[in-house]
Design a protein around this ligand. Structure first.
Ligand code: GLU
Length: 281
């Protein structure tokens, strides 16, 4: 078995809160227990929503919490760059491969889910099932000519309707999703030339040799989508470990809007690192 490589993949689109802290703490502990390496990747794919002040804050807050990583934008490592906005070439290469092999098709629809596709779809904002307006009637056969650039068109992954995508989650057990029913043809690239989360995360986890992905349970359905991308690109998928979500008093998933529960706010209220770690149990 290859040595354990885990990752932290925060997006600098807001302050990290207790929910992130719980997932990242688990990721840190699992890497430590396995004597492995933890990689920090700045997922600043979305140019509109990513902010430098949040990047600074997420690094500071995680360090304050006592989480250490061995590779990342601040410490370097063998798989640089660890910042998504600087990894365009890797995403383009994967896009080319997917076009050439007929796994993706161009789409001219303008829908509101497009705007969010550079971000991971946490359950309540998951992409709606695409009705198939631009989907070619038949899956492509033979090699497809690849345009110069993906820009000016959206690109969607054609999911194998009715196929069951099953995997064993290290924490939640056996999971299974039906392509075309639990999720539809999902975005790979946006017409304003921004790669989509589903493509970038697969390309990066594979390139950085991640052996286990630890993240929130609201990305379970995305794991099924990502397995299709791994297979289309001929890449080995990682193991999955999805953590239960932290909920607020009304039962809602903690989100970046819960600023009162941000690590920053808790720290400013005088909570210590030990207090916060105790709150994660
Ligand atoms: N950058 C994503 C987020 O913050 C994480 C996605 C993942 O772990 O795959 O939501």
């Amino acid at each position: 078995m290859s040595p354990y490589r885990g990752r932290l993949a925060p997006s600098p689109t807001g302050l990290l809160h207790l929910g992130h802290a719980r997932t990242f703490w688990t990721a840190y502990q699992r890497a430590q227990q396995a004597n492995g390496v933890l990689v920090m990747r700045n997922e600043n794919l979305d140019p509109q929503r990513s902010k430098t002040e949040y990047t600074t804050a997420m690094f500071e807050d995680l360090r304050w919490l006592g989480i250490w990583w061995q590779e990342g934008p601040d410490v370097g490592g063998p798989y640089i760059p660890y910042v998504q906005s600087r990894r365009r070439e890797f995403y383009l290469e994967a896009w080319r491969k997917l076009v050439q092999t007929g796994f993706v098709y161009p789409c001219r629809c303008s829908r509101k889910d497009l705007a969010r596709s550079a971000q991971a779809p946490h359950d309540e904002d998951d992409e709606p099932i695409y009705p198939g307006t631009c989907r070619p009637r038949h899956a492509a056969s033979g090699e497809i000519a690849v345009p110069e650039s993906p820009a000016r068109l959206n690109w969607r992954f054609r999911v194998p309707d009715g196929e069951e995508i099953a995997f064993a989650d290290g924490h939640l057990g056996q999971k299974s999703y039906l392509a075309g029913l639990d999720f539809g043809d999902f975005l790979i690239w946006r017409r304003d030339d921004v790669p989509a989360y589903q493509l970038a995360v697969v390309v990066d986890d594979a390139a950085m040799r991640i052996t286990e992905v630890v993240r929130g349970a609201d990305l379970l359905r995305s794991a099924a989508r990502q397995l299709l991308v791994y297979s289309a690109l001929g890449l080995e998928p990682p193991a999955w470990y999805h953590c239960p979500l932290m909920l607020d008093a009304t039962g809602q998933r903690l989100a970046k809007r819960h600023d009162a529960l941000s690590l920053r706010a808790l720290r400013e209220q005088g909570r210590t690192q030990e207090d916060v770690v105790a709150m994660l149990r």
